[in-house]
Design a protein around this ligand. Structure first.
Ligand code: KG4
Ligand code: ZN
Length: 361
């Protein structure tokens, strides 16, 4: 079944994102130009639990969604009547959180008589590297890397709206592993950015403690971070033995904590890069070429990963699409941008659009 005939190019599109703990709205002028991008983070609400509490998240979305949409319109300098379409992240994510954004988007699209499009959150992360950038020379097939608190996977991308998964994590997502490692080291929530900062502090030595880099099978494209997390736990708290004995760990001095943060970060990034290399080779084998590396998700904000991705892309002659810091974490600009591409290719959703917790790609 093909798409209906393409719309004339849409211009002003509102994006809404509420899949986890950020309530976000953005207005884009076409698929790439960001007129406004508002993100209301709920970090403070979840900090005391050291993780996102779904019920608290969905209630906060209900309170914030309309003020956030209003601010996005005001900062873009437009009114509701000037909008031409509405896009919403409808999967995957926390069901109670997704429902709020989906309901708001449907109500706005229906009441304004505008086309509606549901957008996949992971696919939108992969797209986020082109937002507010001028480069037009991207090429497919491309290698996609999604690294966030909920996702760690590589993709063969034949276009921005056609991504097939090559490999994914068999246990924790890499962002989740960063967050848990930060908790082990006693760092405040949100763990990932705090661990990154500590790993960059003067004197922190990434070679101080050797932590495992997961390879899985020789040809595996999958990721695993639970062994690394346990190894860090033992280094920080001590090693329990089989017969109930316990080998205590050295004292967690500020120096050792910084060394552990840097060593964890190095091992996590090395295992991502190892599988990225395998995924690139798999794409070349399958299609004969790999022209671009498109990355997205909160962990693309990591300083070491960004450097490694730049070197990897340069070494393999890949165009690199790495999101600007504001578009690494969850945001609605990526939803509006990809939504605009989808609508202009003829796709559209109707009012039966459902919030779907599971990943589809
Ligand atoms: O994409 P995102 O906002 O939400 C999900 O879709 O999951 O990603 C959030 C994740 C969190 O686990 C957070 O700790 C991690 O991204 N993160 C980082 C950094 N900044 C955010 N991890 C490592 N280093 C960072 N600088
Ligand atoms: Zn995300």
């Amino acid at each position: 079944m093909g798409f209906p005939p393409a719309y004339p190019s849409l211009v002003l599109i509102l994006g809404i994102e509420s899949s986890c703990d950020e309530t976000a709205a953005a207005v884009l002028d076409g698929p790439r130009r960001v007129r406004s991008s508002i993100v209301a983070s709920q970090t403070d609400l979840h900090a005391e639990y050291a993780g996102v509490v779904p019920e608290i998240a969905s209630r906060a979305h209900v309170e914030r969604i309309l003020p956030v949409v209003r601010r996005a319109l005001a900062e873009a300098g437009i009114t509701l009547s000037q909008l031409e379409a509405v896009a919403v992240g409808h999967r995957p994510g926390l069901i109670g959180s997704l429902l709020v954004g989906v309901a708001a988007a449907k109500a706005l699209a229906w009441s304004l008589g505008l086309p509606l499009i549901g957008v996949d959150h992971v696919q939108a992360h992969l797209y986020s590297g082109v937002l507010d950038r001028d480069e037009r020379d991207e090429g497919f097939p491309a290698l996609g890397l999604a690294v966030s608190g909920g996702h760690t996977a590589t993709y063969l991308m034949r276009s921005w709206i056609d991504a097939n998964r090559l490999g994914g994590t068999i246990d924790d997502a890499v962002g989740e592993a960063f967050d848990k490692a930060a908790t082990i080291l006693g760092l405040p929530f949100p763990g990932g950015p705090n661990l990154d900062r500590l790993a960059q502090s003067p004197g922190a030595n990434p070679k101080a403690i050797e932590l495992p880099i997961s390879r899985l099978g020789a040809d595996s494209l999958d990721f695993s971070f639970s062994g690394l997390k346990t190894a860090l736990l033992y280094q920080a708290r001590g090693v329990p033995g089989r017969r109930g004995e316990f080998t205590p760990a050295p004292a967690l001095t500020p120096e050792r904590r910084a060394d552990l943060a840097a060593s964890f970060q190095l091992a996590a990034v090395r295992s991502l890069m190892l599988k990225l290399e395998r995924a690139r080779a798999a794409i070349v084998e399958r299609t004969g070429a790999c022209r671009m590396l498109a990355c997205g998700g909160g962990v693309t904000a990591n300083s070491l990963l960004r450097r490694e991705l730049e070197q990897f892309a340069a070494a393999h002659g890949l165009a690199l699409r790495l999101p600007a810091p504001a578009f690494c974490i969850d945001n609605a600009a990526m939803i509006a941008g990809l939504g605009c591409l989808l609508l202009n290719s003829g796709a559209r959703s109707d009012l039966s659009l459902a919030a779907e917790p599971s990943a589809a790609i």
